[in-house]
Ligand binder design. Sequence first.
Ligand SMILES: NC(=O)C1=CN([C@@H]2O[C@H](COP(=O)(O)OP(=O)(O)OC[C@H]3O[C@@H](n4cnc5c(N)ncnc54)[C@H](O)[C@@H]3O)[C@@H](O)[C@H]2O)C=CC1
Ligand SMILES: O=C(O)C1=N[C@H](C(=O)O)C[C@H](O)C1
Length: 266
Amino acid sequence: MNEINIIVAGPRGRMGREAVNLVKETPHFRLTAVVDRINNGKLLSDMEGFSGLDVPIYTDIHECFREVEADVLIDLTTPDLGFLHTKSALENGVRPVVGTTGFTPEQLEELKELAERKSLGCIIAPNFAVGAVLMMKFAQTAAKYFEDVEIIEMHHDQKLDAPSGTAVKTAEMIGVNREPKAQGHENEKETISGARGAEVDGMRIHSVRLPGLVAHQQVIFGSNGQTLTIRHDSYNRASFMSGVKVSVETVLQLTTLVYGLESIID
Ligand SMILES: NC(=O)C1=CN([C@@H]2O[C@H](COP(=O)(O)OP(=O)(O)OC[C@H]3O[C@@H](n4cnc5c(N)ncnc54)[C@H](O)[C@@H]3O)[C@@H](O)[C@H]2O)C=CC1
Ligand SMILES: O=C(O)C1=N[C@H](C(=O)O)C[C@H](O)C1
């Protein structure tokens, strides 16, 4: 297999550290640089926990793309930055694999248009864990049989976006097989604002944030006399890495933007 040159943005984050490790441990992956918010001009190996990784750190992604050869950018940063990084990668002929969540539909559309204009692959995956992708697919199928559904996503308390990217994507996939429907009692009233969660086409999304959690979601369907619960748990960030690896390998074959891994792991 040909060597794939990779830049990782957000290398010191919870996911970024795992991604750097994945690149290091994969024989045909080569880390060529990292993009961080501090330590411009230093080497990654100068940072604690990255010994042997003598690649440059850039705080300016444009400069990084000008100076460093790369096939793929892996972005695991924050919603605002992730969008700018993805755009910049496409403009510089580098294929993005993006795990960062919290993009708006308009941002996704803009990136899709840009990827198509440049004929470049781009993968934006709200969740790289294979079990989570299956949970979303199963929920989409279940929605053919149940019209009432609520999503409860549970994450660590350092998460910036709510609802999670996975919950938003799950609602979107359920929406393929479910007509919009107001759920609950027609006279329902919240006595404390937010009690019924966020609303997408009448279905509800509840976001739990607690220390101790990693990434968890249950999708609960209900109908007369029965419920169906589909649940996925990530207990560590390594659970996402096989999806990152497949995405890096696949994005090189694509000429458009793919949002979600469900079509890739089919
Ligand atoms: N798609 C998936 O399977 C998963 C996606 N995520 C998403 O990945 C993103 C990162 O999550 P975590 O690693 O938990 O967050 P984190 O807060 O641990 O890491 C974010 C990193 O971004 C870095 N950053 C901030 N400003 C920067 C800048 N100017 N340039 C470069 N880097 C900068 C921070 O220094 C930090 O290292 C989030 O959007 C999260 O929702 C998280 C887990 C799985
Ligand atoms: O921030 C996280 O941790 C996670 N973010 C992604 C999301 O928003 O769905 C994926 C996973 O749930 C972990």
